[in-house]
Design a protein around this ligand. Structure first.
Ligand code: C2E
Ligand code: CA
Ligand code: CA
Ligand code: CA
Length: 273
């Protein structure tokens, strides 16, 4: 009984630590957003099957003056649960679309959180930023997850329809990790699926994964949807994906996320190797 109580005490302390940590991260993030000098955007180049750079995905970065780099895996969930994601997402959008304005014909993909898409002002903000940056709508790709589609159905459908009518591309991120993926593909017209890294990492090692990825590519193509493979780390994976007719490759093998300056250099050069 005593041991049980001790465990409970330890558990409680642990919970407290977690809650405090979360509270700290939130406060620090709020400060970072206010000061605007700790947050930046990295760009991970996207390649076609021949290794030509076709664009980049924008990824939020946070370097704290005392704690150093904090990973998005840690601060994005806090930003989402605290509502700070709206300001953070807007800052990422603005910087990404400035990049897009400077580099016509390069796709700039931006991750969009449910709270952003749900905001009634989001539509007009996108069009305002397009006008402000001179970015072409067809170069902008918004990455959303199935989770978004599960909520607020009418608002979401309406917003996505407006964006697509304007030529903005919609990509379904982390494809294959949610529930009724195939249903969503049918119901919501999307331009692209991004096959989650968990499927790609098994490619060439286990037959089931290859069969699943091949099925995803075949199905998407039959519906006129393009396919990006994320987390491509080996030549074997690249070879298999190329043979399957995968449209776009993203991963450490060809390039990790890089600074905006480095991304611009790659855009100018055009090739990975
Ligand atoms: P994501 O959208 O799935 O982004 C891809 C993540 O995989 C990035 O992690 C990227 O650095 C990493 N990655 C790319 N290639 C490879 C590879 O070959 N191997 C491995 N192991 N990893 C690879 P990152 O930058 O840490 O971002 C994590 C997640 O945080 C993102 O996953 C996205 O969901 C979220 N995120 C990042 N920036 C933003 C943002 O501006 N807004 C929102 N809403 N979410 C963001
Ligand atoms: Ca993404
Ligand atoms: Ca993803
Ligand atoms: Ca992922």
């Amino acid at each position: 009984k005593a041991a049980g109580r001790n465990r409970a005490v330890v558990f409680h302390e642990h919970m407290n630590e977690l809650l405090q940590l979360r509270h700290t991260v939130e406060a620090e993030l709020r400060e970072a957003l206010r000061r605007d000098d700790q947050l930046s955007v990295a760009f991970q180049p996207l390649f076609d099957a021949n290794g030509k750079v076709i664009g980049a995905e924008a990824l939020a970065r946070w370097t704290h003056p005392k704690y150093g780099p904090i990973s998005p895996g840690q601060f994005i969930p806090v930003a989402e649960s605290s509502g700070l994601i709206e300001d953070l997402g807007d800052a990422v959008l603005r910087r990404s679309m400035e990049m897009g304005g400077r580099w016509p014909e390069r796709t700039i993909a931006v991750n969009i959180s449910p709270a952003q898409l749900r905001n009634p002002k989001f539509q007009s903000r996108i069009f305002e930023l397009l006008a402000l940056t001179g970015m072409r709508p067809c170069d902008l790709e918004l990455e959303i997850t199935e989770g978004i589609l599960l909520q607020d159905e009418t608002v979401t459908t309406e917003t996505l329809r407006t964006f697509r009518a304007a030529g903005i591309k919609i990509a379904l991120d982390d494809f294959g990790t949610g529930y009724s993926s195939l249903n969503y593909l049918k119901r919501y017209a999307v331009d692209r699926i991004k096959i989650d890294r968990s499927f790609i990492s098994q490619l060439g090692e286990d037959q089931t994964s290859s069969a699943i990825v091949q099925a995803m590519v075949t199905l998407a193509h039959a519906m006129g949807i393009e396919v990006t493979a994320e987390g491509v780390e080996t030549e074997t994976q690249l070879g298999v994906l190329r043979d399957m007719g995968c449209n776009t490759i993203q991963g450490y093998l060809l390039s990790a996320p890089v600074s905006p300056e480095k991304a611009a250099e790659l855009f100018a050069e055009g090739h990975a190797r």
